[in-house]
Write a protein that binds this ligand. Structure first.
Ligand code: CP
Ligand code: NVA
Length: 330
Protein backbone atom coordinates (compact mmCIF):
# COMPACT_ATOMS: atom_id res chain seq x y z
CA UNK A 1 0.00 0.00 0.00
CA UNK A 2 1.48 3.39 -0.95
CA UNK A 3 1.78 5.76 2.02
CA UNK A 4 -0.67 8.67 1.98
CA UNK A 5 -0.51 11.17 4.85
CA UNK A 6 -2.92 13.76 3.39
CA UNK A 7 -5.00 15.41 6.09
CA UNK A 8 -3.13 13.77 8.98
CA UNK A 9 -2.10 15.47 12.23
CA UNK A 10 1.36 15.02 13.75
CA UNK A 11 0.79 15.08 17.49
CA UNK A 12 3.15 12.25 18.49
CA UNK A 13 5.06 9.64 16.48
CA UNK A 14 3.05 7.01 18.35
CA UNK A 15 0.35 7.61 15.71
CA UNK A 16 2.68 6.77 12.81
CA UNK A 17 3.77 3.40 11.44
CA UNK A 18 7.43 2.66 10.71
CA UNK A 19 6.56 2.82 6.98
CA UNK A 20 5.04 6.27 7.40
CA UNK A 21 8.09 7.50 9.31
CA UNK A 22 10.39 6.05 6.67
CA UNK A 23 8.28 7.77 3.98
CA UNK A 24 8.68 11.15 5.74
CA UNK A 25 12.45 10.64 6.09
CA UNK A 26 12.81 9.77 2.39
CA UNK A 27 10.64 12.71 1.37
CA UNK A 28 12.83 14.98 3.56
CA UNK A 29 15.91 13.71 1.80
CA UNK A 30 14.35 14.37 -1.62
CA UNK A 31 13.29 17.88 -0.62
CA UNK A 32 16.77 18.57 0.75
CA UNK A 33 18.35 17.51 -2.55
CA UNK A 34 15.82 19.65 -4.43
CA UNK A 35 16.76 22.72 -2.38
CA UNK A 36 20.48 22.00 -2.83
CA UNK A 37 19.88 21.86 -6.60
CA UNK A 38 18.38 25.35 -6.38
CA UNK A 39 14.91 24.24 -7.44
CA UNK A 40 12.13 26.39 -6.07
CA UNK A 41 8.96 24.45 -5.41
CA UNK A 42 5.22 25.03 -5.43
CA UNK A 43 4.11 22.10 -3.31
CA UNK A 44 2.65 24.49 -0.71
CA UNK A 45 1.41 27.06 -3.22
CA UNK A 46 -1.68 28.92 -1.87
CA UNK A 47 -1.37 27.12 1.46
CA UNK A 48 -1.74 29.34 4.53
CA UNK A 49 0.01 28.12 7.62
CA UNK A 50 -0.44 29.30 11.20
CA UNK A 51 2.48 29.08 13.64
CA UNK A 52 1.07 29.35 17.14
CA UNK A 53 3.75 29.64 19.82
CA UNK A 54 3.22 29.76 23.60
CA UNK A 55 6.94 29.05 24.23
CA UNK A 56 10.11 30.53 22.73
CA UNK A 57 11.83 29.07 19.67
CA UNK A 58 14.58 29.66 17.14
CA UNK A 59 14.80 26.49 15.01
CA UNK A 60 11.18 25.35 14.95
CA UNK A 61 9.72 28.72 14.01
CA UNK A 62 12.37 29.47 11.39
CA UNK A 63 12.24 25.95 9.98
CA UNK A 64 8.46 26.18 9.46
CA UNK A 65 8.74 29.63 7.90
CA UNK A 66 11.59 28.85 5.49
CA UNK A 67 10.10 25.47 4.59
CA UNK A 68 6.76 27.07 3.77
CA UNK A 69 8.31 29.90 1.73
CA UNK A 70 10.53 27.48 -0.22
CA UNK A 71 7.43 25.69 -1.50
CA UNK A 72 5.27 28.76 -2.07
CA UNK A 73 3.26 28.79 1.18
CA UNK A 74 2.56 31.73 3.49
CA UNK A 75 2.79 31.83 7.29
CA UNK A 76 1.42 33.80 10.21
CA UNK A 77 3.53 33.80 13.35
CA UNK A 78 1.09 34.05 16.27
CA UNK A 79 2.55 34.41 19.73
CA UNK A 80 0.11 36.63 21.56
CA UNK A 81 -3.22 35.07 20.67
CA UNK A 82 -6.34 35.18 22.85
CA UNK A 83 -6.18 31.40 23.30
CA UNK A 84 -6.47 30.25 26.87
CA UNK A 85 -6.79 33.82 28.16
CA UNK A 86 -9.99 35.22 26.65
CA UNK A 87 -10.89 32.43 24.25
CA UNK A 88 -11.10 28.68 24.67
CA UNK A 89 -8.84 26.29 22.77
CA UNK A 90 -11.91 24.90 21.01
CA UNK A 91 -13.09 28.30 19.76
CA UNK A 92 -9.56 29.28 18.73
CA UNK A 93 -9.22 26.04 16.78
CA UNK A 94 -12.55 26.60 15.02
CA UNK A 95 -11.51 30.14 14.02
CA UNK A 96 -7.99 29.27 12.85
CA UNK A 97 -9.38 26.33 10.87
CA UNK A 98 -11.43 28.83 8.82
CA UNK A 99 -8.29 30.71 7.72
CA UNK A 100 -5.51 28.18 7.55
CA UNK A 101 -4.67 24.94 5.78
CA UNK A 102 -2.43 23.77 8.62
CA UNK A 103 -1.57 24.81 12.18
CA UNK A 104 1.68 24.33 14.09
CA UNK A 105 1.45 24.59 17.88
CA UNK A 106 4.21 24.88 20.47
CA UNK A 107 3.27 25.12 24.11
CA UNK A 108 2.90 23.36 27.42
CA UNK A 109 0.16 20.73 27.58
CA UNK A 110 -0.15 17.88 25.09
CA UNK A 111 -3.93 18.18 25.58
CA UNK A 112 -3.82 21.66 23.98
CA UNK A 113 -2.37 20.41 20.71
CA UNK A 114 -4.83 17.49 20.79
CA UNK A 115 -7.76 19.87 21.27
CA UNK A 116 -6.58 22.08 18.42
CA UNK A 117 -6.47 18.96 16.25
CA UNK A 118 -9.92 17.89 17.37
CA UNK A 119 -11.69 21.14 16.52
CA UNK A 120 -9.75 22.93 13.79
CA UNK A 121 -10.66 20.67 10.88
CA UNK A 122 -7.13 21.02 9.39
CA UNK A 123 -3.85 19.18 10.05
CA UNK A 124 -2.17 20.22 13.31
CA UNK A 125 1.56 19.66 13.87
CA UNK A 126 3.08 19.48 17.34
CA UNK A 127 6.05 21.88 17.44
CA UNK A 128 6.83 20.78 21.05
CA UNK A 129 4.81 20.27 24.18
CA UNK A 130 5.98 19.30 27.66
CA UNK A 131 5.42 15.69 26.63
CA UNK A 132 6.52 15.27 23.01
CA UNK A 133 8.62 16.91 20.28
CA UNK A 134 7.92 14.72 17.22
CA UNK A 135 9.19 17.01 14.44
CA UNK A 136 12.61 17.05 16.13
CA UNK A 137 12.86 13.26 15.97
CA UNK A 138 12.47 13.20 12.20
CA UNK A 139 15.36 15.66 11.87
CA UNK A 140 17.42 13.57 14.28
CA UNK A 141 16.85 10.33 12.39
CA UNK A 142 17.56 11.95 9.02
CA UNK A 143 20.86 13.17 10.49
CA UNK A 144 21.69 9.68 11.76
CA UNK A 145 20.97 8.26 8.29
CA UNK A 146 23.34 10.82 6.77
CA UNK A 147 26.19 10.29 9.23
CA UNK A 148 26.13 6.64 10.26
CA UNK A 149 26.68 4.02 7.63
CA UNK A 150 24.15 1.54 9.03
CA UNK A 151 20.39 1.10 8.69
CA UNK A 152 18.41 2.64 11.55
CA UNK A 153 17.54 -0.81 12.96
CA UNK A 154 21.23 -1.51 13.55
CA UNK A 155 21.88 1.72 15.47
CA UNK A 156 22.66 1.85 19.19
CA UNK A 157 21.21 5.18 20.26
CA UNK A 158 22.03 6.40 23.78
CA UNK A 159 20.03 9.31 25.17
CA UNK A 160 21.70 10.77 28.25
CA UNK A 161 20.21 13.18 30.80
CA UNK A 162 16.61 14.08 31.50
CA UNK A 163 15.04 11.00 29.95
CA UNK A 164 11.50 11.81 31.08
CA UNK A 165 11.20 15.05 29.13
CA UNK A 166 9.72 15.65 25.68
CA UNK A 167 12.96 14.59 23.97
CA UNK A 168 13.49 11.45 26.07
CA UNK A 169 9.89 10.36 25.43
CA UNK A 170 9.90 11.15 21.74
CA UNK A 171 13.27 9.60 20.95
CA UNK A 172 12.23 6.41 22.74
CA UNK A 173 9.03 6.29 20.65
CA UNK A 174 10.91 6.93 17.40
CA UNK A 175 13.58 4.39 18.25
CA UNK A 176 10.99 1.75 19.13
CA UNK A 177 9.21 2.34 15.82
CA UNK A 178 12.41 2.15 13.77
CA UNK A 179 13.78 -0.96 15.47
CA UNK A 180 16.78 0.66 17.19
CA UNK A 181 18.64 -0.29 20.33
CA UNK A 182 17.63 2.64 22.54
CA UNK A 183 19.23 3.33 25.92
CA UNK A 184 17.85 5.95 28.29
CA UNK A 185 20.84 6.72 30.51
CA UNK A 186 19.75 8.71 33.55
CA UNK A 187 19.22 8.50 37.28
CA UNK A 188 16.16 6.33 37.92
CA UNK A 189 13.95 9.27 38.93
CA UNK A 190 14.46 10.73 35.44
CA UNK A 191 13.65 7.59 33.47
CA UNK A 192 10.63 7.84 31.17
CA UNK A 193 7.36 6.98 32.88
CA UNK A 194 6.69 3.27 33.18
CA UNK A 195 3.46 3.21 31.16
CA UNK A 196 5.19 4.74 28.13
CA UNK A 197 8.15 2.36 28.48
CA UNK A 198 5.78 -0.63 28.57
CA UNK A 199 3.87 0.68 25.56
CA UNK A 200 7.12 1.10 23.60
CA UNK A 201 8.35 -2.34 24.64
CA UNK A 202 5.24 -3.75 22.94
CA UNK A 203 6.10 -1.77 19.79
CA UNK A 204 9.69 -3.03 20.11
CA UNK A 205 8.45 -6.63 20.01
CA UNK A 206 7.04 -5.94 16.55
CA UNK A 207 10.01 -4.00 15.20
CA UNK A 208 12.95 -5.77 16.83
CA UNK A 209 13.88 -2.68 18.85
CA UNK A 210 15.52 -2.96 22.27
CA UNK A 211 14.50 -0.49 24.96
CA UNK A 212 16.97 -0.29 27.83
CA UNK A 213 16.96 1.93 30.91
CA UNK A 214 20.23 2.39 32.73
CA UNK A 215 21.89 4.41 35.47
CA UNK A 216 25.34 3.12 34.55
CA UNK A 217 27.50 5.29 32.29
CA UNK A 218 29.27 2.13 31.07
CA UNK A 219 26.12 1.41 29.02
CA UNK A 220 27.36 3.90 26.39
CA UNK A 221 29.71 1.12 25.23
CA UNK A 222 29.23 0.53 21.49
CA UNK A 223 26.98 3.56 20.98
CA UNK A 224 26.64 4.91 17.45
CA UNK A 225 24.88 8.01 18.75
CA UNK A 226 25.27 9.93 22.02
CA UNK A 227 22.36 12.33 22.42
CA UNK A 228 21.60 14.78 25.18
CA UNK A 229 19.25 17.67 25.88
CA UNK A 230 19.07 20.46 28.45
CA UNK A 231 18.78 19.35 32.07
CA UNK A 232 15.93 21.79 32.65
CA UNK A 233 13.26 22.21 29.99
CA UNK A 234 11.17 25.28 29.21
CA UNK A 235 8.77 25.91 32.09
CA UNK A 236 10.90 24.04 34.68
CA UNK A 237 13.42 26.79 35.40
CA UNK A 238 12.94 26.38 39.19
CA UNK A 239 14.59 22.94 38.97
CA UNK A 240 18.17 23.92 38.08
CA UNK A 241 19.68 23.19 41.48
CA UNK A 242 18.31 19.66 41.87
CA UNK A 243 18.92 18.75 38.23
CA UNK A 244 22.53 19.89 38.34
CA UNK A 245 23.08 17.66 41.38
CA UNK A 246 21.37 14.70 39.74
CA UNK A 247 22.80 15.02 36.25
CA UNK A 248 26.37 16.20 36.72
CA UNK A 249 27.67 12.59 36.50
CA UNK A 250 25.81 12.29 33.19
CA UNK A 251 27.43 15.20 31.38
CA UNK A 252 28.49 14.24 27.84
CA UNK A 253 32.21 14.94 27.91
CA UNK A 254 35.28 13.35 26.34
CA UNK A 255 35.45 10.72 29.10
CA UNK A 256 31.98 9.57 28.14
CA UNK A 257 32.80 9.70 24.42
CA UNK A 258 35.83 7.44 25.10
CA UNK A 259 33.62 5.01 27.02
CA UNK A 260 31.65 4.35 23.80
CA UNK A 261 34.76 2.65 22.37
CA UNK A 262 33.57 3.91 19.00
CA UNK A 263 35.81 6.52 17.45
CA UNK A 264 33.07 7.34 14.94
CA UNK A 265 30.34 7.93 17.52
CA UNK A 266 28.28 11.01 16.69
CA UNK A 267 27.13 13.56 19.24
CA UNK A 268 23.65 15.02 18.87
CA UNK A 269 21.58 17.65 20.70
CA UNK A 270 18.26 19.22 19.69
CA UNK A 271 19.63 22.63 20.77
CA UNK A 272 19.75 25.15 22.34
CA UNK A 273 22.65 23.75 24.42
CA UNK A 274 24.46 24.92 27.54
CA UNK A 275 27.96 24.05 26.35
CA UNK A 276 29.50 27.32 27.56
CA UNK A 277 28.56 30.40 29.57
CA UNK A 278 27.84 32.65 26.57
CA UNK A 279 24.17 33.12 27.44
CA UNK A 280 22.33 34.98 30.22
CA UNK A 281 21.23 31.72 31.82
CA UNK A 282 24.65 30.11 31.30
CA UNK A 283 26.35 33.05 33.02
CA UNK A 284 23.90 32.92 35.95
CA UNK A 285 24.48 29.19 36.37
CA UNK A 286 28.22 29.72 36.39
CA UNK A 287 27.93 32.46 39.00
CA UNK A 288 25.59 30.43 41.23
CA UNK A 289 26.90 26.87 40.82
CA UNK A 290 30.39 27.32 39.36
CA UNK A 291 29.54 25.32 36.21
CA UNK A 292 30.47 26.83 32.84
CA UNK A 293 28.99 23.96 30.84
CA UNK A 294 26.13 21.65 31.71
CA UNK A 295 24.74 18.73 29.68
CA UNK A 296 27.65 18.70 27.20
CA UNK A 297 31.21 19.95 27.45
CA UNK A 298 32.30 22.63 25.03
CA UNK A 299 35.00 20.24 23.86
CA UNK A 300 32.51 17.59 22.72
CA UNK A 301 30.10 20.18 21.30
CA UNK A 302 32.84 21.53 19.04
CA UNK A 303 34.50 18.18 18.33
CA UNK A 304 34.55 16.14 15.14
CA UNK A 305 31.89 13.91 16.73
CA UNK A 306 29.34 16.70 16.85
CA UNK A 307 26.71 16.90 14.09
CA UNK A 308 24.47 19.38 15.87
CA UNK A 309 24.32 21.97 13.10
CA UNK A 310 23.52 19.40 10.41
CA UNK A 311 20.79 18.26 12.77
CA UNK A 312 19.51 21.83 13.13
CA UNK A 313 19.47 22.26 9.35
CA UNK A 314 17.51 19.05 9.01
CA UNK A 315 14.70 20.50 11.11
CA UNK A 316 13.84 22.56 8.05
CA UNK A 317 13.92 19.72 5.51
CA UNK A 318 11.90 17.36 7.71
CA UNK A 319 9.31 19.98 8.68
CA UNK A 320 8.93 20.75 4.98
CA UNK A 321 8.27 17.06 4.36
CA UNK A 322 5.61 16.98 7.08
CA UNK A 323 3.77 19.96 5.61
CA UNK A 324 4.10 18.71 2.03
CA UNK A 325 2.91 15.23 2.98
CA UNK A 326 -0.11 16.39 5.00
CA UNK A 327 -1.36 19.48 3.14
CA UNK A 328 0.83 19.76 0.02
CA UNK A 329 -0.04 19.68 -3.67
CA UNK A 330 1.64 16.32 -4.13
N1 CP B 1 15.26 22.18 18.86
C1 CP B 1 14.31 23.11 18.91
O1 CP B 1 13.11 22.82 18.97
O2 CP B 1 14.78 24.38 18.89
P1 CP B 1 13.93 25.70 19.17
O3 CP B 1 13.49 25.64 20.60
O4 CP B 1 14.88 26.82 18.92
O5 CP B 1 12.75 25.72 18.25
N1 NVA C 1 13.53 19.66 26.39
C1 NVA C 1 13.71 20.97 25.79
C2 NVA C 1 13.72 20.87 24.31
C3 NVA C 1 14.00 22.15 23.59
C4 NVA C 1 14.00 22.01 22.11
C5 NVA C 1 12.62 21.90 26.27
O1 NVA C 1 11.46 21.49 26.27
O2 NVA C 1 12.94 23.03 26.66
Amino acid sequence: MPVNLKGRHLLTLKDFTPEEIRYLLNLSSDLKAKKRAGIRGNLLDRKNICLLFDKTSTRTRCAFEVAAFDEGGTVTFLTNSQMGKKESIEDTARVLGRYYDGIEYRGFKQSTVEELAKYSGVPVWNGLTDRYHPTQILADFLTVMEHVDKPLNKIKFVYVGDARNNMGNSLMIGAAKMGMHFVALAPKTLWPEEALVEEMKLVAKETGAVIELSEDVASVDGADVLYTDVWVSMGEEHLFEERIKMLKPYQVNMDMVKKTNNENVIFMHCLPAFHDNMTEVGAQIEEKYGLSEMEVSDEVFRSKHSVVFDEAENRMHTIKAIMVATIGNL
